[in-house]
Write a protein that binds this ligand. Structure first.
Ligand code: PEP
Ligand code: MG
Length: 763
């Protein structure tokens, strides 16, 4: 091996294989306690890698710090004493980032935290890698050298393989580790999580972990392992191809699209190559698949781009199926149904699985890896399943059959709640059901405030599936159809014909209700896997996306507009352009639309009964050109999700920045009032289609700023309609306008008081 720069620099995977074999022998050796094993392990790694220091830091679950557990090279008196918190020193940095850290001159690094008891002052270079298993951080493995040296990519990768192997060995295999949760299993626990789909549920845990116990980690000869890999991939591919031919699949475009995406991933060369490389390092094919799977999961943690995370999650799902194939096990399946009142708890869930769950018995969902902007969350909302995400520690604290409360209103998970807590939540569930049925009984009735002001209540949609929910609500139509969703779940650009078919189906389902079709809003967190040109941008949210792509590559936009014109024959067509930054972009896009209308008619096509071009107001630059913009467009819709993302320079997909700044600030109210006032003065219809209008407090603020049309996820519509019904708009306007003049940071509290005064239920 070649961790020492003075040693020959060629990669010798045989050495790594030998090392793994010896490590395993140590772990299996009878006699000796764990401490002795750990000492033997670090000594062996240091010898094989010719590192003067090899140390193992392990997490102390009581306070989350990292304790020096074993070392070869540092002073033994530091063992058990030296401790670093996450983020503290270089070890803490590796722990916090969960990424390898290689430094030529460690002591010159400002993050270096000197611990005199270790005697490490004589070592200059540092390589630390995290020990992670099933997304839980167990420790950090560190190598140090006296001489300054650069660690090569290969060396870092080898160290990662060793760390992966150690994590598995120290945890005694995947299934056992999960079956031994680290929590006190009798007590009640509270875990903070992110609400993916709103609602409350009480039920019993059904763990769906999709782990396969791997018995053999090393292979003496990689040849047969490579053959097994090819066979397993081929089998998996054939199974997917068969599924694609089933009449059930053919009749269901969404199912078809999902399976096509799976098939594309099975053929993914990059993924396959990573497995082949891991086999080349001496692992069995199962161990290689698992190792690549764990590395991908680590990357998922670090990536904020929701779309890429989704794709990595799909690969995780496929890795599991490949492991099942390799070990001749049936992948765990949810096909057999669920016991009544089940709360399904898993790390990830494929969209086909979600779509085919036994919904009768499913009370709620906890998907620890999912984010609120994922497709999974969008579909859970469509299916009205209360769901929580981003609660990784839930897996360690839960057992099958545990009673839990999913509070996807406040973003919390309550494990083994006391009877009084259950009773409290039951009361809330009953109250919500009552409120929803009252609100539902308003379906079809006009949306009118108590003082008689009529508002437009529209739905946001992106999948045909959404229409099942929207149609019975009898909304005023669809205020935002996110056309990019259909592109995201395919593996190729849909043809003009395919698109026209889809848009026609949407029109048909909505009858005579208006539909606003937003043109492709791709880029940033919505990258198309088959469109390389917009990938790998350093700053994708501010990059080449949406209308910018459409104007630079007009063929894409042309195809979409042609399809819309074809589908709209004899009906009204409203086209909305996303991410407009300056009026000229809108004008160029509208010119293209009208040119295409002319072509369409020249070729004998029927014109829509009415053709309107509108904009999303979501880039702050437009706020200083509102008169010019709103004087030219046929309609506008305020995309508060992006507008606030850009106003606050805070990534909406990043859990650390997403809710960092309160939107209910006087300055924001003045800004929103300015948009509503300008639109009204110029007689331009304006609506709001961001998430803000789905929350009662956000809605109050918007009504008070002068808005009268709102488009939101179907799940919020019934409640918001009831909220509007309880409003006296005159009072709301007066109070919100007064709040917008206050010289304070946030007026959330004041808007809560206003809601209370009006008897508006906030939850
Ligand atoms: C918005 O930005 O507010 C919006 C509605 O569009 P999207 O969430 O699709 O970016
Ligand atoms: Mg947007």
């Amino acid at each position: 091996m070649k961790i020492d720069a003075d040693i020959e620099n060629t990669k010798q995977s045989g050495d790594l294989r030998d090392l793994l074999k010896e490590l395993r022998a140590i772990m299996r050796a009878d006699g000796g306690d764990m401490q002795q094993h750990l000492q033997a392990i670090v000594a062996l790694i240091s010898e094989h890698l010719r590192a003067e220091v090899c140390s193992l830091y392990q997490i102390d679950d009581s306070d989350g710090s990292f304790v020096l557990k074993a070392t070869k090279g540092l002073r033994m008196e530091a063992v058990g004493r030296t401790r670093l918190r996450p983020g503290e020193g270089l070890v803490g940095t590796v722990a916090e980032s969960r990424q390898p850290l290689a430094l030529e001159n460690a002591q010159a690094d400002e993050r270096f935290a000197f611990r005199p008891e270790t005697g490490e002052e004589i070592y200059q270079s540092f390589l630390g890698v995290p020990l992670v298993r099933v997304q839980t951080l167990h420790g950090v493995l560190v190598l140090q050298h006296r001489q300054r040296r650069n660690y090569t990519e290969e060396e870092i990768e080898d160290c990662e393989t060793i760390a992966q192997f150690l994590s598995e060995m120290l945890n005694r295999g995947p299934v056992e580790a999960i079956a031994q949760p680290d929590a006190d299993l009798d007590g009640s626990h509270w875990i903070s999580a992110v609400a993916l789909s709103p609602g409350l549920a009480i039920g019993n845990v059904v763990l769906y972990l999709k782990d396969i116990l791997i018995h053999r980690w090393q292979a003496a000869d990689s040849g047969p392992e490579l053959v097994r890999l090819e066979d397993a991939l081929q089998n998996l591919q054939s199974k997917l191809e068969l599924l694609l031919l089933l009449p059930d699949t053919v009749a269901d475009p969404e199912k078809l699209e999902i399976l096509q995406t799976d098939l594309m991933l099975v053929r993914d060369k990059g993924w396959r190559q990573k497995i082949v490389d891991a086999i080349g390092q001496g692992l069995t094919v199962e161990a290689a698949v698992q190792s690549v799977r764990e590395n991908l999961k680590e990357r998922m943690q670090a990536i904020s781009n929701a779309y890429i995370r989704e794709r990595l999650q799909d690969i995780d799902e496929l890795s599991y199926r490949l492991l099942a194939e390799l070990t001749n096990q049936n992948p765990s399946s949810l096909n057999d149904g669920l016991p009544p009142s089940s709360i399904l708890v898993c790390r990830s869930l494929g969209l086909p699985e979600l779509l085919h769950l036994d919904r009768e018995n499913l009370a709620g969902l906890v998907v620890t890896d999912a984010t609120s902007s994922s497709h999974l969350a969008i579909i859970a909302r469509s299916l009205k399943i209360p769901a929580l995400g981003q609660a990784p520690e839930a897996l360690a604290k839960l057992q099958d059959g545990d009673r839990i409360v999913v509070d996807a209103i406040n973003g919390q998970l309550i494990i083994r709640p006391s009877d009084s807590v259950v009773a409290e939540f039951e009361t809330h569930i009953v109250a919500r059901q009552k409120r929803d049925s009252q609100a539902r009984s308003l379906s079809g009735m006009p949306c009118r405030s108590r003082d008689g002001i009529v508002m437009r209540l529209l739905a946001n949609a992106g999948l045909l599936l959404d229409l099942d929910e929207i149609v019975p609500l009898e909304t005023d139509g669809i205020g935002l159809y996110r056309t990019e969703m259909a592109f995201l779940i395919r593996d190729h650009f849909p043809s003009v014909k395919e698109q026209a078919q889809l848009y026609r189906r949407i029109y048909d389902r909505m009858g005579d209700k208006p539909v606003v079709f937003r043109t492709l809003d791709i880029g940033s967190d919505k990258e198309l896997p088959y469109f390389d040109d917009h990938r790998n941008e350093a700053n994708p949210a501010l990059g080449w996306r949406a209308i910018r792509i459409a104007l630079d590559q007009p063929d894409l936009l042309r195809d979409q507009l042609r399809a819309l014109l074809t589908a709209a024959e004899g009906r009204a067509l409203q086209v909305m352009f996303p991410m407009i930054t300056e009026v000229e972009e809108f004008e160029a896009a509208r010119a293209l639309l009208f040119d295409l209308l002319k072509d369409h008619q020249d070729q004998g096509g029927l014109a829509p009964t009415r053709l309107e071009a509108g904009v999303m107001i979501e880039v702050p630059a437009l706020l200083w050109d509102l008169d010019r913009l709103l004087g030219r467009v046929d309609f506008a819709s305020v995309g508060t999700n992006d507008l606030f993302q850009f106003l606050t320079a805070a990534d909406r997909n990043n859990a650390r920045t997403n809710d960092r700044f309160d939107v209910l600030k006087p300055g924001n109210l003045r800004m929103l009032s300015m948009i509503a006032e300008t639109a009204s003065r110029l007689d331009t219809p304006v609506s709001v289609c961001g998430e803000m209008c789905g929350s009662p407090l956000g809605l109050l603020a918007l009504v008070g700023c002068g808005f009268r049309a709102f488009s939101m996820s179907a799940v919020h519509i019934a409640h918001i309609k009831a909220v509007i019904g309880s409003l006296d708009v005159g009072i709301v306007e007066e109070r919100i306008q007064a709040l917008s003049c206050l010289q304070v940071g946030s007026v959330r509290k004041e808007i809560e008081i206003l809601a209370q005064d009006l008897g508006v239920e906030i939850l």
